[in-house]
Design a protein around this ligand. Sequence first.
Ligand SMILES: NC(=O)C1=CN([C@@H]2O[C@H](COP(=O)(O)OP(=O)(O)OC[C@H]3O[C@@H](n4cnc5c(N)ncnc54)[C@H](O)[C@@H]3O)[C@@H](O)[C@H]2O)[C@@H](O)CC1
Ligand SMILES: Nc1ncnc2c1ncn2[C@@H]1O[C@H](COP(=O)(O)OP(=O)(O)O)[C@@H](O)[C@H]1O
Ligand SMILES: [K+]
Length: 510
Amino acid sequence: MRRAWTPDQVRACETPLLDAGQGDALMSRAAAGLANVCATELRERYGHVYGSRVLALVGKGNNGGDALFAACRLARRGAHVTVLLCAGRAHPAGLRAVRALNIDVRELDESDDDVLRFLLCAHLVIDGIAGTGARAGLPDRLGELVRRWRGRKPGRQLVVAVDVPSGVDAGTGQTGGSAIAADVTVTFAGLKTGLLIPPAARNAGRVEVVDIGLELADEQAVVLAVEASDVAALWPAPEPSDHKYSRGVLGLVAGSARYPGAAVLAADAAVSAGVGMLRYVGPDTPGGLIAQRSPEVVAGAGRVQAWALGSGVAPDEESQVDAIRAALDEAIETQLPCVLDAGAFDLIYGPLGMPAILTPHAGELATLLGRLSGTIVSREEIEADPARHAKSVAEAANAVVLLKGAHTVISQPAGPDYVQGPATAWLATAGSGDVLTGVLGALAATAGRKSLPQLAELAALGSFVHGQAALLASQGGPLRSLHVAAAVKYAVTELRVRAREEKNVGQWQL
Ligand SMILES: NC(=O)C1=CN([C@@H]2O[C@H](COP(=O)(O)OP(=O)(O)OC[C@H]3O[C@@H](n4cnc5c(N)ncnc54)[C@H](O)[C@@H]3O)[C@@H](O)[C@H]2O)[C@@H](O)CC1
Ligand SMILES: Nc1ncnc2c1ncn2[C@@H]1O[C@H](COP(=O)(O)OP(=O)(O)O)[C@@H](O)[C@H]1O
Ligand SMILES: [K+]
């Protein structure tokens, strides 16, 4: 599991060390780790550190201090370093150190063309403008220069951000008007929440963590991300004594005459994800299509351990809307977990009476937010701060909210958020959300876990595997949602086999 902590948590962890006079040692470790990553990246991209042109952008805080000490280390290894002071002042000891090495130090009072020339000619730009102490957005002139640089940036140029990309809010993940887009972010002690949360997560690039001797407690992390090594342990697997009913039956109310495909895709995905049994509730179209494609599926209502409701159900499809209502009533009575999508959102007016995962995209989240809390928010506003808006709906609906998008944000009323990064943008195609509903439904039915924190973890697991299946289906090119559904089986199998091989254990020992 990847874990992230708020800047305040990291600061609280630093304080005792700073009080004990360890500040210089922390910065020295941070700078050493940063310089090592920069050197490795330079060697990989250009073959050498010696002779490479490095530009360090330096703000007035400790983030700039890290950049200055790292710049010294690179200069000692033969790099041609230029320092650009972006805020007039800079970390005094760091500045003394670069001056002692006769490193070229410039200020932002150079002309725009000169600053742009420095930015465009460097092999490596180190972004030490601002770190965890900063707000979103860059100061006006700097922001404008960064925008112009981004528009003309050479493809091979490397940008390494110190701790967080400048211009992002290290806590909330907001980016303001302008921010640095890094290839690599070298962060200290542990990930800051803004490195996982979109839109800032897009600016971070690959994130490397440098150990500077702080101990952040795993259980206090507030943003998590499921990764490949978690799947084998978390994915519900049958015991030798299991049968189809003990494994878990999923009820699916999805699809309609207008949108039959949604039901076919969700059913296919649930079967591919290894549900004990799937019961499909709905009209002959799409019921007949499901029977043709997935003969494992049983038609008609019956006892289930979870419901997946709403994909491809239009509000005027009365019989399907009634079936969703009946399933919700049953779920409230017996506390069955439900996965709610699309057409099921129209039936949510307040806190839900059963454990549930809602799977809106940004437009659907905007509608839910309006209905549940009277807040009018546009799709764009949600995309600029998805974690906050997902949390509002999670609280108002007392449910897990999985907000779909390039990054998937999973929020719950109390407990950590999860953010799953994009696996492949080819997944942005019709029907891929219906596949996700099927995967989540299968997990809810077979995991036997229904507290909201457990459902949030399952939602993150389902989202991660959905992405892995998309990678298998895509192979770097276009994909069909139907193929993503089929690939769910292979994604789970591959990750389980890999874990078995790594642990060198037998078939039943995971
Ligand atoms: N405190 C420590 O012990 C350690 C801190 N480290 C570094 O220190 C950083 C935090 O240092 P600071 O608290 O000095 O904070 P920053 O280096 O983020 O600087 C904050 C200052 O930048 C200015 N600023 C605010 N928003 C800005 C923006 N959007 N663009 C440009 N400038 C802006 C403000 O005047 C603010 O005072 C961390 O991110 C990390 O890089 C590391 O050296 C490791 C040890
Ligand atoms: N740019 C993107 N990169 C990666 N994944 C994406 C991107 N855009 C959308 N997705 C994912 O694709 C799926 C789309 O779901 P949804 O919007 O419900 O589509 P549909 O209703 O057609 O099934 C979600 O899982 C979402 O997270
Ligand atoms: K930075």
